[in-house]
Write a protein that binds this ligand. Structure first.
Ligand code: G3P
Ligand code: MG
Length: 248
């Protein structure tokens, strides 16, 4: 039996994107059904200033349309089918607005909003509106590979929870903290980059460690043993089975 102080959060990466079309309400709903306690999603701003949930800057890969989100209107984006490319069963699934996710996901679920687009005054303004309207200051964590985006968000609203994303060079989080003076909530390293020392160091500095994207049970067990605070996966059901088996 494994004794742990704290079970890591099950974070559905783009929802349950191994089994449903990524970054759709269907994918988020499935992740929650499967036991996810957190959801990771990616955002872009439309031409008319609404925040859409989509990984890529274009709609080409995950819808039946083409074009840059930044050049398209809400009306154009909402007409697209974001489900059929994955499976005909999901035909008619739309690209969600961030607002629709905030409105439909239970308040206790942590939402990790990964900012993929540049931080413009409009994006900043709309994010803060939505956080206030849906009372999500405490249950949203903003992450980005572009750490300046996070710095900009924090400067506007110091209460925001921000997390640094890393595909490499994980340990330099202390440099970022020291250079910017930014109060960092979490670190989001790629799972192959971390070892027990890194995780212990981060946790001892009061940081959560939310690693991504772990789909292989052997690797799930490895990062669990390292003591991470959350595990992002495309297969939340699999992660739940694995965690339950370790803790039973
Ligand atoms: O937030 C973790 C992960 O989503 C970062 O990479 O490309 O899947 O958005 P990507
Ligand atoms: Mg992402």
């Amino acid at each position: 039996m494994v004794h742990k102080d704290k079970r890591p959060l099950i974070i559905g990466h783009r929802g349950a994107s191994g089994e449903a079309p990524e970054n759709t309400l269907a994918s988020f709903g499935l992740a929650l059904q499967q036991g996810a306690e957190g959801l990771e999603l990616d955002i872009h701003l439309s031409a008319d200033g609404e925040i859409f949930v989509c990984h890529d800057s274009t709609v080409d890969r995950t819808t039946n349309g083409t074009g840059e989100i930044a050049n398209m209107s809400v009306e154009e984006l909402k007409m697209l089918d974001a489900g059929s490319w994955f499976d005909e069963r999901y035909a008619g699934e739309q690209l969600p607005l961030l607002e629709e996710v905030f409105a439909s996901v239970p308040a206790e679920i942590v939402i990790n909003v990964e900012v993929k687009c540049p931080l413009t005054p409009r994006l900043q303004e709309r994010l803060l509106q939505l956080l206030n309207q849906y009372d999500r200051l405490q249950s949203v964590v903003f992450s980005s590979f572009h750490h300046k985006v996070l710095l900009g968000l924090k400067q506007e609203e110091p209460r925001l929870q921000v997390g640094l994303l890393y595909r490499g060079n994980f340990i330099n989080h202390r440099n970022v903290a020291e250079l910017t003076g930014m109060d960092i909530y979490s670190l989001h390293p790629y799972y192959t980059l971390i070892d027990a020392e890194d995780v212990a160091d981060a946790v001892s500095h009061g940081l959560r460690v939310y690693t991504f994207t772990v789909n292989d049970p052997v690797q799930m067990k490895r990062v669990y043993d390292l003591g991470v605070s959350g595990i992002g996966t495309d297969f939340p059901a699999l992660l739940k089975i694995m965690l339950d088996s370790l803790e039973s």
